[in-house]
Design a protein around this ligand. Structure first.
Ligand code: PEP
Ligand code: MG
Length: 840
């Protein structure tokens, strides 16, 4: 393949740098690098040999693919799509092979000049990330060029684009690796490879089955259809090619689990049933009785044509930014609830949203005259077709994720966000398919079960259904959509069937079994109100993590001993202006009141890092997780901290309040806030001070626990962040989610150190991270000496029940052994095996 292609001027005229083009999209280089010409001739010529890869229906834009893979876009005039083709007469067709200098489009210069904003014609290489452009582009600025003869610039393909093979020399390197990822390069491994590739400047391609995919594109990687055990080639070219190649080969060869996939039922279960029931694949086990509700997919009208390239591109980028914010918010909320599967799935959506191939495909369509919505939808659907055509069931299941993105982006662009549908109580929701965010937006309390015509046991909706505890049957086929709406049905998802015409006896039996299950849940709740003592008499306070007063009331009903964590950054999520001190006081007082005398741990603002506080614009940071976050942010904004501390100090009674500081590094953070509390309390004439605790969320705090405990009233371990900072794994990283396990022995050792330090000063230690909500972890935490667990409100009864089964002394011994394990998996296995030893 030719490595370097020289572009000759497609028009005569004066050369301008792109920055002078009166269109921010071109000027900002969003469409790629290149230059512009103020034209003086009226026939657009091919700037090099190539194949016409795009030709807008209006004739104002044409792209050709050069021999070295460069995609050269020629866009005549600014906003000329609006002319609807008037003034442009194309002389080639899509797919034509053309020679350099061959006429492409005749331009009626006078007519276009009268009606267009500008005649400036842009020449950009839309895949310029993969190419090196000669400096002629800027050197020639201001010069006159002659169509067909003057040289404009050289485009040199880098890496595999130029046909560099494994054996190529220079800084182009290649190698091969066997894919170790379970089920091949599906969404999460593809996201991991993309993440790895983005760390390097080199151009990296992955080759398989005669196709090459840019490693910066998750979509392209998935599109290769690589299975587990397949051998792929990796090509890296650029200054850091060696390191890039080594990292990519390692990433390909490092196994990741497909994760959470339920075993599909044997095919026989899916065969047409003779008993009149509807058969399907179990996505989430469970028994349910409910009223069939059919959710119809709403088809929406999407305008095909745009109102101008710049306008549509701006709309697309705005919508992508908004959806990015929405997904990040969903991830944050899921993280607070400890809903790991959910945050992992939305993390993968974020990687898809950022995928350059998807947005570039949409941008190209927009340049061709599409509306933003039409362009994005077409790009998503083309990609879905690729995945569906690969004959790989796991990859085909990712189409649901693409659909979810399409729905979110179109909701923003068309302003037609559909709220949660109205459901009766105990709804058996039937749909062709659901996207993950459609499922999470259903009112959970009303959903008895889920039945989908499409889907698979390992798609993301299935994973979510399991995480949400909704019995679900998928892949039921079109017959699901013929179910009689309004009828009462029995679903036994574990057995793989739905009975839409149950007789009285089967209805009664199903109800009886559900009732027995519910009775256990209620019995646990019934006993939940009392203290949770281990069998050998150790009292463990079981409190709840809440975000507002309503959740606090719920927590009390579930038997919580108090609130163990109120995340104040989520009290005013809808606000874009900062809440006043008085508003903060009222919201926190409502939480205290809801607790009827029980204690409330209220954490000061934990802004920054993965937590966006809309009313507190923080500067962008290169490395937000390690930047201004938690108490550091509050100390950097004394007025914000003062407003919050004054609000807290005015709560009544102060004895019920415990203030908690997030992301404390060492005792200096604590002493500063303590001093400020003293000053504000003196100003308010208060004699009493609330208890003040610190979160143990970073290794330095755990290591210095004794110093912190000397000045703090209690310590509360945030296992979510402690795990992130101990393992040095981003808690939002989709590909690392499975390894972000707080039961890692390194984290357990830091918890042990924290308890040891706290005991030296007679302080108690709690855990308010998601680990506290995992019943498997309860013996470990009790054994490590933690005496307070703050969990999701709904899990209070379960965790109290678990505590009451335990023998604290046996747990203590177990905890010592757990710390000797080599991985979280070994710890989990040991906890599972020891469940009966430490409990009865
Ligand atoms: C934690 O880090 O475990 C914690 C409870 O804080 P957050 O999840 O709000 O960061
Ligand atoms: Mg935290």
């Amino acid at each position: 393949m030719t490595a370097t292609v020289t572009l000759r001027a497609p028009l005569s005229g004066v050369v301008l740098p792109l920055s002078q083009v009166p269109d921010p999209v071109f000027a900002g280089g969003m469409m790629g690098q290149g230059l512009a010409i103020e034209p003086l001739s009226s026939t657009l010529l091919a700037p090099c040999d190539g194949e016409i890869s795009q030709l807008s229906s209006t004739g104002h834009a044409v792209a050709l693919r050069a021999a070295n893979g460069a995609e050269v876009l020629l866009h005549i005039g600014i906003d000329t799509v609006k002319l609807g083709g008037q003034g442009f007469a194309p002389r080639v067709r899509l797919g034509d092979r053309v020679r350099c200098g061959q006429p492409l489009v005749d331009i009626d210069i006078d007519s276009v000049a009268q009606r267009a904003l500008s005649l400036i014609t842009v020449v950009v290489v839309t895949n310029s990330d993969d190419m090196q452009l000669s400096s002629l582009a800027s050197g020639a600025a201001g010069e006159m060029v002659q169509a067909g003869s003057s040289t404009l610039l050289d485009i040199r393909a880098s890496g595999a684009q130029a046909g560099n093979s494994v054996a190529a020399s220079g800084n182009s390197l290649g190698g091969q690796a066997v894919v170790a990822h379970e089920s091949g390069l599906h969404a999460r491994p593809a996201a991991l490879l993309q993440h790895t590739a983005r760390r390097f400047a080199s151009h990296i391609d992955i080759g398989f089955g005669g196709k090459l995919a840019s490693a910066r594109s998750m979509v392209a990687i998935m599109g290769l259809g690589v299975g587990e055990g397949d051998t792929v080639s990796v090509h890296a070219s650029g200054a850091d090619a060696e390191a890039a190649l080594a990292a990519m080969l390692a990433a390909v060869e490092t196994r990741s689990e497909a994760g959470h996939a339920a075993a599909p039922l044997p095919a026989s279960t899916l065969a047409a049933r003779s008993d009149g029931k509807l058969g399907g694949v179990c996505a989430a086990p469970g028994l349910a009785v409910g009223t069939l509700v059919l959710l119809a997919e709403q088809d929406r009208t999407v305008p095909e044509h745009g109102t101008g390239v710049a306008t549509e591109l701006t709309a697309l980028h705005g919508a992508l930014a908004q959806v990015r914010g929405d997904i990040e918010a969903d991830i944050a909320l899921a993280g607070q609830r400890g809903a790991r599967a959910e945050s992992e799935i939305f993390g993968a959506h974020l990687a898809l949203l950022d995928d350059p191939e998807l947005s570039l495909a949409a941008e190209r369509l927009i340049v061709d005259g599409s509306s933003a919505a039409h362009g994005y939808r077409s790009a998503i659907r083309a990609q879905s077709d690729v995945l569906l055509g690969l004959g790989n069931a796991l990859l085909a299941e990712r189409v649901g994720d693409l659909k979810d993105l399409e729905r979110r982006v179109l909701d923003v662009l068309l302003g037609s966000a559909q709220g949660a549908p109205q459901l009766p109580a105990q709804a058996m929701v039937v749909a062709d398919d659901l996207t993950p965010s459609q499922l999470t937006r259903l009112p959970r309390a009303q959903v008895a079960g889920l039945v989908l015509a499409r889907g698979g046991a390992s798609n993301h909706v299935a994973i979510l259904a399991r995480a949400l505890g909704i019995p679900a049957l998928v892949a039921c086929g079109p017959a699901a959509l013929q179910l009689p709406a309004g009828a009462e049905a029995v679903l036994d998802a574990g057995e793989g069937w739905l009975d839409a015409q149950p007789d009285a006896a089967s209805l009664a039996l199903a109800r009886q079994q559900i009732a027995a299950h519910e009775a256990r849940r209620l019995a646990l709740r019934e006993q939940s109100a009392g203290r949770a003592l281990t069998r050998d008499g150790v009292h463990i306070e079981v409190a709840a993590n809440v975000v507002n007063a309503a959740e606090s009331r719920d927590a009390v009903l579930n038997g919580a001993d108090g609130v163990g964590l109120l995340r104040t950054e989520f009290l005013f999520t809808e606000r874009t202006d900062a809440p006043s001190s008085e508003e903060q006081r009222a919201a926190c007082q409502a939480v205290l009141d809801a607790l009827e005398g029980r204690p409330a741990i209220i954490r000061t603002l934990d802004a920054g890092g993965d937590k966006d506080v809309p009313y507190l614009p923080l500067p962008a940071e290169d490395n937000p997780a390690l930047g201004l976050r938690g108490i550091r942010t509050s100390l950097a904004m004394p007025q914000v901290l003062d407003a919050q501390l004054s609000a807290l100090l005015q709560l009544k009674p102060l004895s019920q309040l415990r203030i908690l500081l997030p992301m404390v590094t060492d005792v200096a953070d604590l002493l500063q806030v303590r001093q400020r509390i003293d000053e504000l309390a003196a100003q308010l004439g208060l004699a009493e001070r609330p208890q003040l605790g610190v979160m143990i969320e970073v290794p330095s705090a755990a290591l210095l626990a004794a110093q912190l405990a000397e000045h703090a009233d209690f310590l509360s371990i945030g296992t979510n962040d402690l795990t992130q900072y101990t393992l040095a794994m981003d808690r939002c990283h989709p590909a690392l989610a499975a390894r972000q396990d707080a039961l890692h022995p390194a984290v357990l050792r830091l918890i042990a150190l924290t308890v040891h330090g706290a005991r030296q000063h007679g302080r108690w230690v709690g855990v308010c991270g998601a680990l506290a909500s995992d019943p498997l972890a309860t013996p470990a935490l009790v054994g490590l000496g933690v005496t307070e667990l703050s969990v999701s409100p709904a899990l209070v009864p379960e965790i109290k029940h678990r505590v009451r089964q335990l023998d604290a002394a046996a747990c203590q011994e177990l905890a010592l052994t757990l710390q000797q394990q080599r991985s979280a998996a070994e710890v989990r296995a040991m906890l599972a095996a020891a469940a009966n030893v430490v409990a009865q």
